[in-house]
Every structure is written in C-alpha cells, then in structure tokens.
Ligand binder design. Sequence first.
Ligand SMILES: C[S@@+](CC[C@H](N)C(=O)[O-])C[C@H]1O[C@@H](n2cnc3c(N)ncnc32)[C@H](O)[C@@H]1O
Length: 293
Amino acid sequence: MGSCPDKAGFNTLRQNRYIAMSVQMRLGRIVNSFLTRFGYKLVLYNGTSGQTFTEGQLLKALTELRAVYHEYVFKKELTTDEESLRLLSNSMYTGFGTGLYLVAYLHQSLTLEGDICEFGVAQGVISALLAHEIKNTRKNIWLFDSFEGLPEPSAKDILLDDFGNFGSIKAYKGSLSFPEDMVRTRLSHLQFPPDRIRIVPGFIEKTMNTQDLPKTVCFAFVDMNFYEPTILALNYLDTVLSPGGFIIIDDYDFFSQGAKCAVDEFFDSRKERYSRKFPLNSSGNFCILCRLS
Ligand SMILES: C[S@@+](CC[C@H](N)C(=O)[O-])C[C@H]1O[C@@H](n2cnc3c(N)ncnc32)[C@H](O)[C@@H]1O
C-alpha cells in the first residue's frame, strides 16, 4: 500500500517533476530546432486528457490574449473564430500578435474592391488563415512563392538578426523552402473553393513579368525578407491597390535590413498616397501601409 508524502516529500516530488519537465522541454526545443526545418515539430502530449498542449492549453491562452487585443489594441471585437486561432497557433514564422493585426486589417479591407495576396508563403500557414477569413466572400487569394526558399541577398540585405544561426546573410540562400504541395494540401483541409486559389510558383523577379496577376487588390501581406522581392512586390501593388486598402510588410528592421530599406524607399517617395503605421513593440516587427487615394 502506498503512503501519502509529507509536505517536504511533496515539495521534493514537485521539484523533481519540475526538473523532469524542464529537461523534457529543453530536449524538445533541441529536437524541434532540427525538425522544424522539415516542417515538423514535437508537442507535449497529455496522456490523461488525450490532448496535446497546443490544442488545449495553447488555445485557451490564445483566446485570452485575443480578448486583450480586442479591448486594448483594436478597441473592438475582431471577427476571428476558434478556427482562426487554431490556424494561427500553427504559425512558425509569423507571431500571434502579427496574425491578429493581419486579420484586423484584412477585415477592414473586405468592403473594398479587389483580391488578397500573400507574397512569401513558406508552408502556407498564414495563407490558410487568410483564406479562412475570406471564405465567405467572393475574393480570390493569390499566393506568390519561389518554393525554392530565399534568393541571393542583395547588397542592401545586411544581417540584423541571425535567427537561424547561419553565420552570414548569404548562407540563408535557399532556406525557408517548402514544397508547393504542402500549401495546396493545407488549403484543401479548409474546403476553400479551389478556383479562388491562385498559386504563382517561382521567383517573383520572373513570375511578375510572365504570369497572370490580380487586376485589383484590397489587402496584401508581403513577407519575403529581402530587399529586391519586397520592393518589386510594393511597386506592383502600388499599381493595383484599392484606395483604403492595406499592405502589411513583415520583418521590418528584423533579420535582414532589406525589408525596411524597401519600405522606407517606397514610402518616402509616395508620402502623399500612403499612411504608415507600426504595431505595438511586442506584436512583431512589421509595418502597415494604407493607401489613401
Ligand atoms: C518568411 S517566409 C514566409 C512566411 C509566411 N508568410 C508565413 O507567415 O508563414 C519567406 C518566403 O518568401 C519566399 N521568397 C523569398 N524571396 C522570394 C522571391 N524573390 N520570389 C518568390 N518567393 C520568395 C521564400 O521562398 C519563403 O518561403
């Protein structure tokens, strides 16, 4: 027959469990730093409830965080449902705060004419979120990616944050590469009408000249890290963005100096046509451009 531990015994038990958990989590992080390169990750499994940490506790925490954003950041209720949170919880490259801003500005643009675009889709996690948010509209989603990862950096791409520990900006060439099929499969799970999904595979330096492109856009997420593709996407969007529409550019002043350099150059020469906003410091490194006229 087992005996109940006394207070000291209980504390030791708790301490041991804590040590075991932190070793487990540290081990998990090491394994995940390897697995995530291939699009997989380990999650904590709770044997009693049968739930993973991500599905249960994470969703609850995200629901609370969303309420804080509603009340203090956007000062209004966002029309995100539980599926939006679930999709956001899968995101590897775009943080939760950034995701909520994306959804908030996307919804503000939905009454405008035009489709929505994502430039730089990687595994398509944010593509799935954006598609989910426009499912009940008639808008198309346009997804641009090389599916071969990052191109050669330009002289304006100076390394700011070596998040992958690659040692140099040049070493990032070819990283963040995921197969197009992974994006298609992810979108197929949403039951989004396939004829409203336009995937444009290839480096945009080439595809922007050769492919069919949207004639009008109301919202775009530009997330390609480097200077050349970012400035190219911005110059194109300038020709098709509806007045009142938004462009959100990720990695402003983060990772490579290129994205900031492209945004500053673009904005400085069009100040009469765009307003520029930045998020809360803790919400991510991005910039929001709104087309005024
Ligand atoms: C940071 S990831 C995008 C992450 C994604 N938006 C998300 O939040 O999950 C950057 C992506 O941009 C793509 N990319 C970078 N430069 C490109 C270019 N010149 N043409 C096409 N795709 C490019 C890369 O292949 C990579 O998948």
